[in-house]
Ligand binder design. Structure first.
Ligand code: ME8
Length: 519
């Protein structure tokens, strides 16, 4: 039986068009989902949109349309982005769907039944931008003298009847839980942030609002709608068929293996969400990974600065797999990083076009010209041949460990050690010289290289699905022979197999023409 792996992205607010930050989080999940599928796991990958709350209601009002029409439109932009980026999610959830309303009302009822929610009234600060409550001592003032939250969002005073979740009861249990599951919050630095917040003492959390109505009504008291974060977080169990827990997808996939989020929303995922679940007597997820923040040429990305990076523009300019590669290669996952034109062009041209693309192009052209368009027949392997074949055949074990820590940049770095080793091997063996001197040895060298490229292309599939497929097609590797179970010598290329005409896969970016040049 394959082992299951359930991973999720945040569900994005439909107040705005998608930008590079949204594409980044979902890309990381997509790469992980593809990796796990190739590694034999039964994967469920969920993404979607967060459509209720005051922030979305205000955006709809500003756009002059009713919230449902507005959310239908903006949610579609996120699905279009997913198609553009070649994301392989298994489900796209919208919090306005009936299945989700049913799920949220059910978790609410479970919390009421367990006396984890009580009716009171809230008087305090609220930031619509963050959809979050703040205490006075968390606030500072901005240049205009307005009170702001640590995120920079302006706050407003709110006074209304409200239901509260007894979060104050959960501090010790959460600390015990973090202790028992040391990898629950990654990276480790973020874990310390959360534990010190929880150790500082937790207050009960307001979980309903009464001053607007764009949300899911509280069962039995429909003057109240549920706090948008309780609504939104519950999507992760709606996605696996909750409230049905005994059979079906919930029984199969829950608890989730990974909630991938940005560092801005860690507290909601690592404090509130496990507390809600434990209070409802449901299992908490296994891991929350909070990644870092992208800036644009050194500046914070914001609508008001007018420097939003549109993924559509990036893909049109640089190419899809180039963008996918760059985003996960450029910055150590977990850290903040800066997007710049120079950085992406440098990576495209040096690592993709020169190192990897040229390697494949050189080898495949030599095979095409000198080996009758067929996988060459190797003779016996020298120690140099065995060394590279052995290295490349075993890369997966380290890569698998890096992937399980979400160290995407390290995975790529490890694969590129293989790429550089292959380039050094070509230069050293100089097959073009062997053509006259020792054609049998040339065939062996080209075979070793073709086998090396087969491995590299199988390993790069999660990051660059289309380009890797194009490379595997050029080696006539069948579609059902491209999983990680096909790595190693047992599934090696069969000498004599006919190969199609070689084609460049990774073009160089040509600055002067402002576009791409065929390789
Ligand atoms: O917070 N760099 O939705 P949201 C990297 N609806 N990642 C970025 C980024 C940047 N500059 N900007 C945004 C919400 N992100 C809630 C989530 S989940 C139950 C509810 C990514 O539309 C990052 O993943 O504001 C961040 O956490 C997320 O977008 C916030 O998306």
């Amino acid at each position: 039986m394959p082992k299951q792996y359930y991973l999720t992205t945040p569900i994005y607010y439909v107040n705005d068009v998608p930008h590079i930050g949204h594409a980044y989080t979902t890309l990381a999940c997509d790469v992980l989902a593809r990796f796990k599928r190739l590694d034999g796991f039964d994967v469920k990958f969920l993404t979607g949109t967060d459509e209720h709350g005051q922030k979305v209601a205000k955006s709809a009002e500003a756009a002059g349309v009713d919230p449902q029409t507005f959310t239908d439109r903006v949610s579609q932009n996120f699905r279009d982005l997913a198609d553009l980026m070649n994301f392989s999610h298994d489900d796209f959830i919208r919090t306005t769907e009936p299945r989700h309303k049913k799920s949220v009302q059910d978790i609410w009822t479970r919390l009421i039944e367990r006396d984890e929610i009580y009716l009171g009234s809230y008087a305090g600060w609220y930031a619509v931008r963050d959809e979050a409550f703040y205490t006075e001592d968390e606030l500072t003032k901005n240049a205009e003298g307005k009170k702001i939250a640590p995120s920079g969002a302006e706050v407003e005073w709110v006074e209304e009847p409200s239901y509260f979740f007894r979060l104050s009861n959960w501090g010790d249990k959460l600390l015990k839980f973090y202790d028992e599951q040391p990898d629950f919050i990654l990276p480790q630095t973020r874990r310390n942030e959360v534990t010190s917040f929880v150790s500082g003492g937790l207050q009960d959390l307001s979980v309903s609002r009464t001053t607007f109505d764009w949300g899911i009504p509280v069962p039995g008291d429909d003057k109240h709608i549920m706090y948008v974060w309780l609504d939104a977080l519950t999507n992760y169990i709606t996605g696996v068929g909750y409230p049905e827990t005994e059979t079906g997808e919930y029984a199969h996939y829950w608890p989730a293996d990974l909630h991938m989020v940005g560092k801005d929303i860690l507290r909601f995922h690592a404090v509130y969400w496990p507390a809600f679940l434990m209070a409802a007597e449901l299992a908490p997820p296994k891991r929350v990974y909070a990644h870092g923040w992208w800036t644009n040429e050194g500046e914070k990305i914001s609508k008001s600065l007018g420097n939003i990076i549109d993924p559509i523009d990036l893909v049109n300019k640089y190419g899809l797999d180039q963008v996918r590669y760059f985003l996960l290669r450029e910055m150590p996952f977990g850290n903040d990083g800066d997007f710049s034109h120079t950085a992406i062009v440098t990576r495209m041209n040096s690592e993709l076009a020169n190192d990897y693309g040229n390697l494949a192009q050189r080898v495949l052209s030599m095979i095409n010209k000198n080996c009758d368009d067929k996988v060459p027949e190797p003779g016996s392997f020298t120690s140099d041949d065995a060394k590279i074949l052995d290295f490349i055949g075993n890369l997966i074990s380290g890569v698998r460990q890096d992937m399980d820590r979400q160290a995407f940049n390290e995975v790529l770095e490890a694969i590129w050690v293989g790429v550089r080793m292959a380039n050094a091997y070509v230069d050293h063996q100089a097959p073009w010289k062997l053509k006259k001197e020792d054609p049998a040895r040339m065939a062996t060298v080209l075979y070793v290289l073709a086998e090396t490229i087969r491995h590299l292309a199988i390993l790069t599939q999660p990051f660059m699905p289309d380009s890797s497929a194009a490379m595997l097609e050029q080696l006539s590797v069948a579609e059902d022979a491209r999983t990680f179970a096909h790595l190693g010598p047992d599934h090696a290329l069969v000498p004599g197999t006919a190969l199609p005409a070689p084609q460049g896969v990774f073009p160089r970016f040509q600055e002067d023409e402002g576009g791409e040049e065929g390789a």
